[in-house]
Write a protein that binds this ligand. Structure first.
Ligand code: 2PG
Ligand code: MG
Length: 411
């Protein structure tokens, strides 16, 4: 039997390093994961460098690589991808940015890059849209909230450049940076000026916003500043259907991933109750994925919560969420004609609270797959598997071969 469909499940940042809180095991090793382990036992396993050994991937570059769009060729910045995911359609000349709703203290120092992992920021984005005015600079803008503390900004107007820095200091306890043009091109200066003005005006609006006043009364960090990064124009992406002759959908609460899916031509399927966090309704997500497999050839699903736990340095929370994921994946065991690919996009070790270049585990299970002797889905066990060590860009060719859609190289 040959698989007809592909379920491509990315467990965002699930891979880790040994955690002190878990007696030197990784969260995946420490978690009780009978479903993932059974899939590993029934499939072929390996470890994978999303981009290449030693390169620390962002979720943007890693997902592009996994989908067979080498970031070295296709990546034009995180901003435009994140913007598409929030529903901002990036047309020529627009400059996209990823934003964080963040907290600064009375001295202007960043005290939380994620404003206490705030959610429900739509009213804040709306207040900014209504009150910020960049017309004196000849610039318009669009701003949309994403999952959690995330949002996307797009600047519109004539003569805007995308070679600008970020105000995100990437750490706490210091002042946000001033956004600067990275070249002498007046277009980049225009963008940098518009960004700094946008940040200044939006800070005032956020500072007094009732939602933030209420948060402070409740002892929660207010979302009183926007950190913006990842400037870029939209690149050109060959469509998935042309590249692979597969129809596809993307299911992800994280707007970066739905944005990447959209730009390569996957249909975004929103699922109520999914949050991109550890409180997401994973049963609903799995149900939606199974529904999409009835309509489409390829379904990309991203589950984000383990990455957040890694960024927060919470090993025990990460282990516990992995067990929640495992339970939710139970319906996958009865899929027969579907090739199931499960991997991470990168490691997010709790010990460094950021992405690392450590390779991630990968399993491919489905009809026709030659299995190996590995029976556990974790970073160390999968290294013993039959796929050995592959790169993210190897994954789609392997998938296409297994579903009999790859072309012979040679005559
Ligand atoms: O969006 C996220 O989850 C992370 C990493 O991609 O970004 P940040 O560190 O700004 O929260
Ligand atoms: Mg990621």
């Amino acid at each position: 039997m040959i698989a007809e469909k592909v379920l491509f499940l990315v467990l965002d940042g699930i891979s880790d390093r040994p955690c002190e809180a878990l007696n030197g095991r990784t969260p995946l090793m420490a978690a009780w994961t009978p479903v993932l382990d059974r899939l590993a036992a029934e499939g072929v396993c390996g470890i994978m460098d999303s981009i290449s050994p030693g390169i620390r991937p962002g979720s943007d570059t890693s997902h592009l690589s996994l989908l067979g769009y080498p970031p070295q060729e296709y990546y034009t910045g995180r901003g435009p991808l994140e913007a598409e995911g929030t529903g901002i359609h990036m047309t020529a000349g627009m400059i996209g940015f990823r934003c964080n709703f963040a907290t600064v203290d009375a001295e202007g120092r960043v005290t939380d890059r994620r404003a206490g992992r705030i959610s429900g920021t739509a009213p804040l984005a709306e207040a900014i849209r209504e009150n910020v005015d960049l017309s004196a600079l000849g610039v318009g803008f669009r701003l949309e909230s994403g999952a959690g503390h995330r949002a996307a900004l797009a600047l519109t107007g004539e003569g805007l450049g995308d070679k600008v820095s970020s105000n995100d200091p990437k750490k706490e306890g210091v002042q946000p940076l001033v956004i600067r043009p990275c070249t002498d091109d007046p277009a980049d200066k225009k963008t940098a000026d518009a960004c700094n003005e946008f940040i200044r005006q939006s800070h005032k609006i956020l500072y007094d916003h009732p939602l933030n006043v209420r948060r402070m009364e409740e002892g929660l960090p207010p979302a009183n500043l926007l950190l913006i990064r990842g400037a870029g124009k939209m690149g050109a992406f060959p469509q998935f259907s042309e590249r692979y002759h597969l129809s596809g959908s993307v299911i992800s609460a994280a707007t970066l991933i739905s944005g990447i899916g959209k730009v390569v031509g996957l249909e975004h399927i929103p699922v109520p109750g999914t949050t991109g966090s550890v409180d997401s309704d994973l049963d609903a997500k799995v149900k939606a994925a199974l529904g999409e497999l009835g309509r489409k050839d390829f379904v990309l699903v991203n589950i984000k919560g383990a990455d957040e736990a890694g960024h927060d340095g919470k090993g025990i929370q990460k282990r516990d969420f992995i067990e929640v994921i495992d339970t939710a994946l139970e319906p996958l065991l009865s899929l027969e004609k579907t090739l199931i690919v499960i991997c991470a996009d990168h490691s997010t070790p709790c010990s460094i609270k950021d992405h690392s270049a450590d390779p991630v585990p990968v399993v491919i299970r489905g009809p026709g797959v030659r299995t190996d002797r590995n029976t556990r889905f974790d970073e160390v066990s999968c290294a013993e598997g039959g796929l050995h060590r592959i790169r993210g860009c190897d994954l789609m060719p392997i998938v296409l071969d297994l579903i009999n859609k790859s072309h012979k190289y040679g005559a």
